[in-house]
Design a protein. Structure first.
Ligand code: GH3
Ligand code: MG
Ligand code: MG
Ligand code: MG
Ligand code: MG
Length: 330
C-alpha cells in the first residue's frame, strides 16, 4: 500500500481489501452428486467461513427446504442460498429442484437465490437454467475466485431481502397497532374482526366493550399527560391478562373492544368481572380508575356478525353506565 495516496484512497483500499478477503457469512444448501466435486467445493466454501449443508439428491434437498421454510419444524435453520449441480443422479435434476424452489415453495430470486453448477455447456443450456429461475450459474471446472464472487453477490441479494422484510414487517406492525396503548387499532378490527368471529368452527366468540368511567374528569383533575399514562397502562394490562389468541383493540378514545375466542357466555361474564376487578386494583399513574363493561357472545346464535355482536355489547355497556358504572352487563 502506497502511503502517499491519502485518506480516501486508503479507505477505499481497506474496503476493497475487506470485500475481497473477509470471510463470508451465510448458510448454504449444496446439492452435488459427484463426491469428488463435493469434497473440493465443501473445503473451499468452509475455508471462507460459509456454513454448508451438503446433500446428493434433489429429493433430500426438497425435504430440507420443507423443514426450514417458514412454519417448518426447523424454520430457524433456514438457508440463505442454494447451490445445486444441474445433473443429479436420482429421479429429480437440479432443474427440478429449482422449479420446486420457485413454484412449490414460492421463494423469489431475492428470498432464496439459487446458483447452478453446469458443465461447460452450450448457450442454450445456460438460457434454460435462467428460465428455470436460477439467479446465476458457474461452469465446471470451478474457478475459486469466480465462484466466491458469485456467492458473495447472491448473499448480498439475500441480505438486502432480509433487511427489507424486517422493515416491512415492522411497518405492518405499526400500521395495525395503536401507538399509545400497543393493542390493535380500530382499522385492524374492521379488517380482520369479521373473519375472527365467523371462522371459529362452532366455538363461541365473546365481544367485550370496556370504557373508562368519567375519564373526562380524570383528564380535568390530573391532566392529559397523566390521562395518556392511564390509557398506556390499561393497554399493557389487557395485553398481559388476555390469552394470546384474544384480540384487544383500542376502539375509541378511552374505550377498548376485546374479541375472545372459545369463550362461552358464562366464562365471558366471569372473565370480564375479573378484568374489572384487576383494573380497579391497578391505579395506573397513581390514579384510581374504574371501568364499565358490556359484552355478548355468539353462543346461542353462531351466525351473528361482528357488527351485531359489537352492537349488543355496546347496548350492554350503555346499561352498565346507566346502572351506576364500575360493573359488567351482558
Ligand atoms: P363515561 O363514564 O360516561 O364514559 O364518561 P367519560 O368522561 O369517560 O366519557 P366521555 O366520552 O364523555 O369522555 C371521554 C374522554 O376521554 C374525553 C376525551 O378527552 C378523553 N380521551 C379520549 N382519548 C384520549 C387520549 O388519547 N388521551 C387522553 N388523555 N384522553 C383522551
Ligand atoms: Mg452431477
Ligand atoms: Mg362516553
Ligand atoms: Mg368513558
Ligand atoms: Mg367512551
Amino acid at each position: 500500500f502506497d502511503k502517499s495516496l491519502g485518506y480516501h484512497a486508503f479507505a477505499s483500499f481497506i474496503m476493497e481489501f475487506t470485500l475481497r478477503h473477509s470471510g463470508l457469512v451465510g448458510r448454504i444448501l449444496y446439492v452435488e452428486d459427484s463426491q469428488l466435486t463435493a469434497t473440493v467445493m465443501l473445503s473451499l466454501m468452509e475455508r471462507h467461513g460459509l456454513q454448508v449443508t451438503h446433500t446428493t439428491h434433489a429429493e433430500e434437498a426438497i425435504q430440507l427446504l420443507r423443514d426450514t421454510s417458514p412454519g417448518g419444524v426447523r424454520e430457524d435453520e433456514y438457508f440463505d442460498i442454494v447451490i445445486t449441480d444441474f445433473y443429479l443422479q436420482g429421479r429429480l435434476t437440479g432443474g427440478d429442484l429449482l422449479h420446486a424452489i420457485r413454484t412449490r415453495f414460492h421463494y423469489s430470486q431475492q428470498e432464496m437465490p439459487v446458483l447452478v453448477l453446469t458443465g461447460s455447456e452450450s448457450g442454450e443450456k445456460q438460457v434454460e437454467v435462467f428460465h428455470a429461475g436460477a439467479n446465476d450459474f458457474v461452469s465446471k471446472p470451478i474457478v475459486e475466485e469466480v465462484l466466491l464472487a458469485r456467492i458473495r453477490s447472491l448473499l448480498t441479494i439475500r441480505q438486502q431481502f432480509a433487511a427489507l422484510k424486517r422493515q416491512t414487517d415492522e411497518m405492518h406492525k405499526l400500521a395495525i397497532t395503536d401507538s399509545l396503548t400497543r393493542v390493535y387499532n380500530r382499522r385492524y378490527l374492521l379488517d380482520h374482526g369479521e373473519h375472527f368471529v365467523t371462522n371459529r368452527h362452532n366455538h363461541p366468540v365473546a365481544a367485550v366493550l370496556l370504557d373508562i368511567d368519567h375519564f373526562k374528569k380524570i383528564n380535568d383533575k390530573f391532566g392529559h399527560i397523566t390521562g395518556d399514562r392511564v390509557l398506556e397502562a390499561l393497554g399493557k394490562l389487557l395485553l398481559d391478562l388476555l390469552p394470546d389468541n384474544a384480540l384487544p383493540v383500542r376502539f375509541g378514545g378511552e374505550e377498548f373492544a376485546l374479541l375472545v375466542p372459545r369463550c362461552a357466555a358464562r366464562d365471558a361474564h366471569t372473565c370480564a368481572e375479573q378484568l374489572r376487578i384487576s383494573i380497579e386494583a391497578l391505579r395506573p399513574a397513581n390514579v384510581p380508575i374504574t371501568v364499565s363493561i358490556g359484552l355478548d357472545t355468539n353462543q346461542a346464535n353462531p351466525g351473528m356478525t361482528l357488527t351485531q355482536l359489537i352492537g349488543n355489547a355496546d347496548r350492554a355497556l350503555y346499561a352498565a353506565k346507566a346502572q351506576g358504572r364500575n360493573q359488567v352487563c351482558a
